[in-house]
Design a protein around this ligand. Structure first.
Ligand code: CU
Length: 278
């Protein structure tokens, strides 16, 4: 019966192997330690990745140790028969070990307390409202079934005035400037997700939630909805364009505003006018 333990050992070895291989797989993306284009592009994102790695090492170490202990116990205490076909070692019953139970309760509790304290400053930087930047709002972003409507304040710097700029599924910002967004929903709960910046925040109907993030590499990134919000959930995929300079961003905004002015002269149609009716 001892050989059964080898089959279990195979499963354990496979699991541990998959765990050790995963970070080197080409499909692995969170967190990436190598600087690949399109991967983590914000300071907060890198801090979150560092936390992820610590937790991965902790859980990975426990995982490998428990698998090894499991296989060792199976092998060491396998059922054996003596020459007469009777169990060579009778089973021994005991109530349990209070000392062991205390140890394996205190150690995980200690690890959890450590993680809770260790991650606090990163969480505070990203989520505590007291840490929100005192900058003007970049845009008001409203999730609805099934698109992201973006409303920029326009030249007067205020959202909700005649010179606002509307886009759909298209968020623009400037490199190295902390972007502050007011997140809303006009129907169900959506989730604003910027994978490359490690930002995720629910958009809740009836609430305006400030979200801020930075990005230190210009480029085009993904904006997604991370909440299954209905049949067209998959359509809520947009672009985040990070401009190298503020001048570049302003040029884009001016061009878009001019385009919007032209389209509003005639019959309201297309994406921008749809956003307008909200
Ligand atoms: Cu959604």
């Amino acid at each position: 019966m001892r050989y059964w333990s080898l089959i279990f050992a195979l499963a354990a070895a496979f699991s541990v192997g998959a765990f050790a291989y995963a970070p080197f797989s080409p499909d692995w993306w969170l967190p990436n330690t190598v600087a690949e284009p399109g991967h983590v592009v914000s300071k907060a994102g890198r801090e979150i990745d560092a936390l992820f790695i610590i937790i991965l090492w902790l859980t990975g170490g426990v995982f490998v140790a428990t698998q090894a202990a499991l296989v060792w116990a199976q092998f060491r205490y396998a059922d054996r028969l003596d020459a007469e076909g009777k169990p060579a070692r009778p089973a021994r019953y005991f109530h349990g070990s209070q000392r062991l139970e205390v140890i394996w309760t205190i150690i995980p509790a200690g690890i959890l307390v450590f993680l809770a304290l260790y991650q606090m400053s990163t969480w505070a930087d990203v989520k505590f409202r007291s840490a929100a930047p005192r900058t003007p709002v970049l845009a008001e972003l409203t999730g609805r079934q099934f698109q992201w409507m973006v409303k920029y304040p326009g030249p007067d710097g205020k959202v909700g005035t005649a010179d606002d700029l509307f886009t759909v599924n298209d968020l623009h910002l400037v490199k190295d400037e902390t972007a502050l967004i007011h997140l809303k929903s006009s129907d169900v709960i959506h989730s604003f997700f910027l994978p490359q910046m490690r930002i995720k925040q629910d958009a809740v109907p009836g609430m305006t939630i400030p979200v801020w993030f930075d990005c230190d590499r210009a480029g085009r990134y993904e904006l997604a909805c991370a909440e299954l919000c209905g049949w067209g959930h998959y359509k809520m995929r947009g672009d985040v364009v990070v401009h190298e300079t503020r001048a570049e961003f302003e040029a884009w905004q001016a061009a878009k505003l001019a385009e919007q002015g032209r389209s509003q002269v005639g019959e309201p149609e297309g994406e921008t006018s749809e956003g307008d009716r909200q």
